[in-house]
Design a protein around this ligand. Structure first.
Ligand code: GTP
Ligand code: SPV
Ligand code: MN
Length: 647
């Protein structure tokens, strides 16, 4: 109860004009009901709890939509939205498949925008570490409460004029699970509604649950309107110049303007499940992480679950759906992007996947690399920015072998495309949005309200040089250091250009909801809360002297998982190295591999490289995090330096 009273007192959107309330609010099916004088065209106002109603009323007053649609998540509703998007040209049908659609965005709205993503707290240091003087912080952006309000007032008033405002109730995690959380996204994008219906548990049952559990995260989204009034792509309205993604953890509030794409607009995902989620997790003593969750069963029938944090477009979806090359192993998927992990009363770390679908990278997905994804995505899927084939299907780089002879290809921008076009047919960050329940290897426990028990945590990234295929940390604190020291080549998932090696601690750099130094402290403290899993680092992306990947990856990664499982069972199959425990030659099962592996090259630890790496990590920690980083982490770094000196 106090929560509701608190929320009703807040004025998050400032002093916006409130139209007169219409008396007729309780009708059964929209037509004659109103919210603050605005017609409710679909859904029933009386299903909204008082706190949700207040949020909707404030949003209506601010954005001034023509009408309000309260989503129930039904098939009929989905059909109405699809028809609307077809009429607007937002989607085109893909008759080759069942209930599949292709959306082409404004080419200026194709990925997350990290530079325009902000966390709002009273004090800057609550949101981001304090960098060294003269150094620009790269661990998130802070915005003051007054600038937060100003940013909203500069963009939102009247931004939904002429549009419908959709009220999207959603649950992150199985509805009613003690680990789940509820959100209400208010949006003017039918594409967002249709995608949220896939990515989260969405609709009427969530509003029912809210009658029992009052707390929810408020998420306001608009695709926006350019200030000059000119919408360049009428089928994909957006306002790239003024895009902004705001989070106010103290009020469980997300406000996103100007973009319709992925993590910018599907607010349950990165904004809620990671940024706001990590702040809730800190308060409540658990972890909200950018991690896949998979179950793996060995030939004896023993099953373990692991999680893995890799930066965006670095292989989570692929590992989560691994098709093991090692005989007798079976992998089942719980989630491909986000894990919420909490110790149970027995001290076992248990994880749920808060999502309900996969928003996966399309390019590179093929029957050769990820047959499981290919068996998942050709029904009930919304594709975005992939290429289109003249037989009514989709195409992207990597799908060459599935291409029927004679088909013509249209690229992601709607232009004719051939192999000689010199540009990719699909945008490198093009995606499929598909229901997780359709995955043929979805784990039987993927919706278990208690979560699944976690035996190992993997960190990894794209490291073309110096970093071996796998190593194990010596202790929890060492493992936390390994997470904090993660680096990876940049990818197309955000606005960064080129292939520079960036620091990406815990694969969370774009997703921290609070000061990274405090986050590391929170990770360290987990050791006092329960039985912590072993921590490993993997790198599928090391390149040989010929410039090619040394390790074939994908299904062959099962060999690495096997070694990890054996280590979790306490088998002494390792050698100590300067950076941690690695499989000695013979410890890693390389039997009947199709390619010859240069083991020495794959596991070598070039001294020069590692001296440079240590000094780079120190420079990063000192200049970016300074005294916010726990002393334990500096101690781990000093130890690593000593070990490397002895190589
Ligand atoms: P986000 O959804 O952005 O968080 O990405 P992700 O971490 O789920 O990455 P994903 O699995 O979609 O992989 C991204 C790209 O890396 C795809 O083009 C894959 O084909 C490629 N990739 C994934 N696993 C491997 C691997 O083991 N080896 C190599 N060489 N490439 C891989
Ligand atoms: C990522 O970038 O890590 C993604 C895609 O998973 S998005 O939803 O756009 O954040
Ligand atoms: Mn991701």
């Amino acid at each position: 109860m106090p929560e509701i009273i608190e929320q009703s007192k807040q004025v998050p959107f400032g002093n916006c004009p409130v139209p007169q309330q219409n008396k007729n609010q309780q009708s059964n099916f929209g037509l004659y009901s109103h919210i603050r004088g605005t017609n409710v065209s679909y859904g029933n106002v009386s299903n909204l709890t008082p706190a949700v109603k207040i949020f909707v009323e404030e949003s209506v007053a601010l954005c001034q939509p023509d009408q309000v649609h309260i989503c129930d998540g039904s098939d009929i509703e989905n059909k109405i939205l699809l028809k609307l998007m077809l009429d607007d040209g937002t989607i085109i049908p893909l008759p080759k498949y069942e209930n599949c659609w292709l959306a082409r965005t404004n080419p200026a709205d194709v990925a997350r925008v990290e530079a325009r993503t902000f966390i709002c707290t009273e004090q800057k240091n609550e949101s981001v570490p304090t960098p060294m003087e003269g150094v620009k912080g790269t661990l998130g952006n802070w915005i003051s409460p007054s600038s937060f309000d100003q940013a909203i007032q500069e963009r939102f008033p009247g931004c939904m004029k002429g549009r419908t405002m959709y009220i999207v109730p959603f649950s992150m995690g199985p509805l009613g699970s003690p680990l789940s959380k509820i959100g209400i996204e208010v949006t003017d994008s039918p594409y967002v509604v249709a995608s949220m219906r896939i990515m989260a548990r969405m609709g009427a049952p969530v509003l029912e649950q809210l009658k029992k559990q009052e707390e929810f995260v408020r998420a306001l989204h608009s695709v926006g309107k350019p200030s000059n009034g000119v919408i360049e792509h009428s089928s994909w309205p957006c306002d790239p110049e003024r895009t902004i993604i705001l989070h106010k953890p103290a009020e469980n509030l997300i406000v996103s303007y100007g973009s319709g794409y992925g993590g910018n607009s599907l607010l349950g995902k990165k904004c809620f499940a990671l940024r706001i989620g990590s702040t809730i997790a800190k308060r409540e003593g658990w972890l909200a992480e950018h991690m896949l969750i998979l179950g793996i069963t060995d030939p004896k029938g023993e099953k373990k679950y692991i999680t893995a944090a890799f930066p965006s477009a670095c292989g989570k979806t692929n590992l989560a759906m691994l098709n093991p090359s090692l005989a007798g192993y079976k992998v089942e998927c719980v989630g491909d992007d986000i894990a919420w992990m909490k110790f149970d009363s027995e001290g076992v770390l248990r994880a749920i996947n808060p999502e309900n679908g996969f928003f996966g990278v399309a390019p590179g997905t093929s029957v050769e690399t990820n047959p499981i994804a290919m068996a998942t995505i050709f029904k009930n899927t919304i594709f975005t920015n992939v290429a289109y084939t003249s037989d009514g299907g989709v195409y992207w780089e990597g799908m060459e072998s599935s291409l029927a002879p004679g088909v013509q290809i249209t690229d992601w921008q709607g232009k004719p495309w051939t192999k000689d076009s010199g540009e990719p047919a699909a945008h490198p960050n093009s995606r499929f949005c598909t229901p997780a329940g359709q995955c043929p290897i979805i784990d039987t426990h993927w919706e278990n309200p208690q979560g699944v028990p976690i035996s190992a945590i993997l960190f990894g990234g794209r490291r073309p040089e110096g970093v071996p295929l796998v190593y194990e940390s010596r202790s929890w604190a060492h493992g936390v250091f390994v997470g904090a020291a993660m680096r990876s080549e940049s990818t197309a998932a955000a606005e960064h250009k080129g292939k520079v090696i960036m620091h990406d601690p815990f694969a969370m750099r774009p997703f921290f909801g609070y000061n990274f130094g405090h986050y590391v402290q929170h990770w360290l403290s987990m050791e006092n809360r329960g039985n912590v899993p072993k921590i490993f680092h993997v790198n599928w992306f090391r390149k040989g002297s010929n410039g090619k990947f040394i390790w074939p990856g994908y299904g062959e990664n099962s060999r690495v998982l096997e070694w990890i499982l054996r280590r979790c069972s306490g088998e002494q199959c390792y050698a100590d190295s300067a950076i941690g425990r690695i499989p000695a030659e013979g410890d890693l099962n390389l039997e009947s591999m199709k390619v010859n592996i240069d083991y020495k090259e794959l596991f070598s630890l070039p001294k020069e490289f590692w001296l440079e790496e240590v000094s780079e990590i120190r420079n990063y920690f000192e200049s970016q995090v300074g005294s916010d980083l726990p002393e334990d982490i500096y101690n781990e770094l000093n130890q690593l330096k000593e070990h490397i000196a002895k190589i």
